[in-house]
Design a protein around this ligand. Sequence first.
Ligand SMILES: NC(=O)c1ccc[n+]([C@@H]2O[C@H](COP(=O)([O-])OP(=O)(O)OC[C@H]3O[C@@H](n4cnc5c(N)ncnc54)[C@H](O)[C@@H]3O)[C@@H](O)[C@H]2O)c1
Ligand SMILES: N[C@@H](CCC=O)C(=O)O
Length: 542
Amino acid sequence: MDAVIAVPEPRNEPVRDYAPGSAQQASLAARLRTLASERIDLPMTIAGAQRMAGGHRIDVVQPHRHAHVLGVTGNATAADAQAAVAAAKEAAPAWRRLSFEDRAAIFLRAADLLAGTWRDTLNAATMLGQSKTCLQAEIDAACELIDFLRFNVAFGRRLLAEQPLSSPGVWNQFDHRPLEGFVYAITPFNFTAIAANLPAAPALLGNTVVWKPGATQQFSAHFTMRLFEAAGLPPGVINMVTGDGIAVSDVALADADLAGIHFTGSTRVFQHLWKTVGENISRYRTYPRLVGETGGKDFVFAHASADADALHTALIRGAFEYQGQKCSAASRAYVPRSLWEGGLRDRLAATAESLTYGDVADFGNFGGAVIDARSFARNSDALDRIRKSAECTVVAGGTADDSEGWFVRPTVVEGTDPTHEIFTTEYFGPILGVHVYDDARWRETLTQAESAAPYALTGSIFATDRQIVAEASESLRFAAGNFYINDKPTGAVVGQQPFGGGRASGTNDKAGSWHNLARWISPRTIKETFAAPTDHRYPHMG
Ligand SMILES: NC(=O)c1ccc[n+]([C@@H]2O[C@H](COP(=O)([O-])OP(=O)(O)OC[C@H]3O[C@@H](n4cnc5c(N)ncnc54)[C@H](O)[C@@H]3O)[C@@H](O)[C@H]2O)c1
Ligand SMILES: N[C@@H](CCC=O)C(=O)O
């Protein structure tokens, strides 16, 4: 078709509230019961074919009831990885020849399916496999993923429209090529939407992908792959391999056609991948694009002029929603003594103690369990150290129990030393460190907080005094890629707060924005001259 096609104008997907007695809650509860009653195979998908990975078997369980196995997956071997890389290469020519509109239609259809008949399935899988409450699943597996799919099409269309100037007699064009080679997408356990977006965004722009989800997210990743297929994704465009990824990296990072890594996860793993690419740099046909969004130690800085009610709610939601397992979670707070001793400490402690963590299929619970035994050990070991530390006072929580699920209680710790590990280390659990400062020392405290941790992902300032807001915003300019004024540091919405951070938090390529999509194209500049010169001599030569 000869036309410049407009794409549908995206709007953020409305969030359902699943109120008690609603048809929405009843329908989701029914899907939860069905998925929990089955024990399914969680295979790889390579060139459109499903088969179990060749390595050892891994049980995928409900974190809040770890004896309950939802499905069984396998660890991908080097042979599995080679098959996935080969399938991505094989599918590439036909996929990149399809028009942008044809590719976009597949992902727009996936968004519509997810907004409709697939919504309960992906939400229920995310609740059971990742221990999210219905609201936390809804804002992730439904709304954020629908938004990624729809907004990326609009951002992609805008990128393709970007063309160079042409002077008289010349026509200059950008050919927005996909990368030359395959993209390796490696995704974290904590967001179903991120896991889906990391392979989908490069694929939209004509790349083919090897996707390695986190093993503990494999239950919802399985249904995400089925959703893409239902939307018409051709075989080989996204090839999903399962397990820990070690053998997959051995193969993919050594391949001459590795064109990019799209990673979200811990800083440690991303640095390992980057170093390996560096060691292999002379093997590659082209320099691989390295996009990684990684860890955080996200802060809330409160000034004495802050609204105490808003601050209290932001700390509770920011630190303890999804058990503190958002990369954006508030895990360190700086609070003036007047507010802390004026009631905030007691209120925060009482609310934290009242939060119910339990089975997420019980819609009355505020949260669930942390993801696995490794996370439980990391958090309970930290609590042991905190309890023994002379610089720390546990104000709420401080306990953990893994007898049925990997439960860590919402914990508030007052710390006198702002260089203590509670202000510098990412625990990825429900532990909030609070440093209480003398009101007059807010500026020194702000300066210390700015670089207390190596990360720079999210952060908030709470103040009603505009001078303070302006000064803090300037002083903290490089301390967070997503900065919030009088709001919690979590809950970024696609198209509204493009997400990502700097320093040890990543390459800040802003998932769900044109900035990220630009990393998955390699423009070719074409100059055509209509009346080419036919005399090599210049006028100044006489
Ligand atoms: N900045 C962001 O946008 C963002 C978003 C979500 C999560 N995170 C971060 O992710 C972390 C939590 O997620 P996680 O526990 O899944 O992270 P992780 O780093 O443990 O794992 C991430 C992925 O890397 C894989 N992996 C590990 N070693 C590998 C290797 N050698 N080769 C290939 N794959 C390998 C894992 O299996 C998983 O799929 C936290 O640090 C959190 O801050 C960041
Ligand atoms: N984008 C999410 C966090 C993603 C990381 O886990 C938020 O803004 O809360």
